[in-house]
Design a protein around this ligand. Structure first.
Ligand code: 1GP
Length: 240
């Protein structure tokens, strides 16, 4: 497949926002994924899946690239890296969510890993989507909070979350990702999603703890342009 350039990849997000089309991304954590089950996995994910994200907070070196390479043989869906750190960046994917953890005050995840990534990104052909990543309390400790050493934002403090997302937009970020953390007990509330959506003029991604159709629809109705689901489909590819 010919790699999409940044403009084409981002255009899809912009159009979805303008036309109120819903995007669905299924997240694969390479540490929990068995590539031998890939065909069955792809058959069982929802038909309306538009994107596949690959990445995790802690992934063994090389595992992300192996999963991406295997996926590229079996699906035409765009594969976007969702990396926990620089080691997970591979030019075999179509694009990269270049995540800056705006909710935390850890410089390593605001700008540090990003600088280290540049030699890998040079000439990689990856579509790079600058993403303001906002970690919100999902009712249990998330791997993101643990690995980055940052505190999630309280779901009660809606204004602070809105202001954080807006700051990301004004810094030039192309997407905002509201994250309750993989396996969150409580997904990001509809109130928060709507408040952020009403403030920003860029596409909005929401994930963490969304397991049911009803939860997914709630997020869309509240204003998410893309919903990300991971844990719900992990059981379909158990590592042996
Ligand atoms: C985590 O938002 C994603 O980064 C998906 O979360 O695994 O809870 O679906 P779940």
């Amino acid at each position: 497949m010919i790699k999409q350039d940044t403009t084409t990849m981002y255009q899809e997000f912009l159009e979805a926002r303008q036309e109120n089309r819903k995007l669905l991304s299924i997240l694969i954590d390479p540490d929990k994924f068995n590539t031998a089950t890939i065909l069955g996995f792809l058959k069982q994910i929802p038909q309306e899946t538009t994107h596949i994200f690959v990445g995790g907070s802690t992934v063994v070196n090389g595992a992300t690239e192996a999963v991406v390479a295997a996926l590229k043989f079996q699906t035409q869906k765009p594969i976007l890296l969702f990396p926990g750190d620089v080691s997970q960046i591979t030019g075999k994917a179509d694009g990269l969510l270049f995540l800056s953890l705006l909710s935390g005050n850890n410089p390593e995840y605001l700008i540090g890993q990003h600088i280290q990534a540049i030699p890998k990104l040079r000439g990689s052909g990856l579509a790079i989507l600058s993403t303001g990543y906002v970690l919100i309390d999902g009712g249990n400790e998330s791997a993101v909070a643990r690995v980055t050493g940052t505190e999630p934002m309280s779901q009660q403090n809606i204004q602070a979350i809105v202001d954080t997302a807006k700051a990301g937009e004004l810094l030039g970020m192309k997407l905002i990702y509201l994250e309750a953390g993989s396996g969150a007990k409580i997904p990001v509330s509809a109130k928060i999603i709507t408040a952020v959506k009403n403030e920003i003029n860029i596409p909005l991604i929401v994930g963490g703890g969304i397991r049911t159709e009803a939860q997914k629809q709630t997020a869309y109705k509240a204003g998410a342009n893309m919903v990300v689901m991971g844990t719900q489909f992990e059981g379909r590819s158990t590592k042996v």
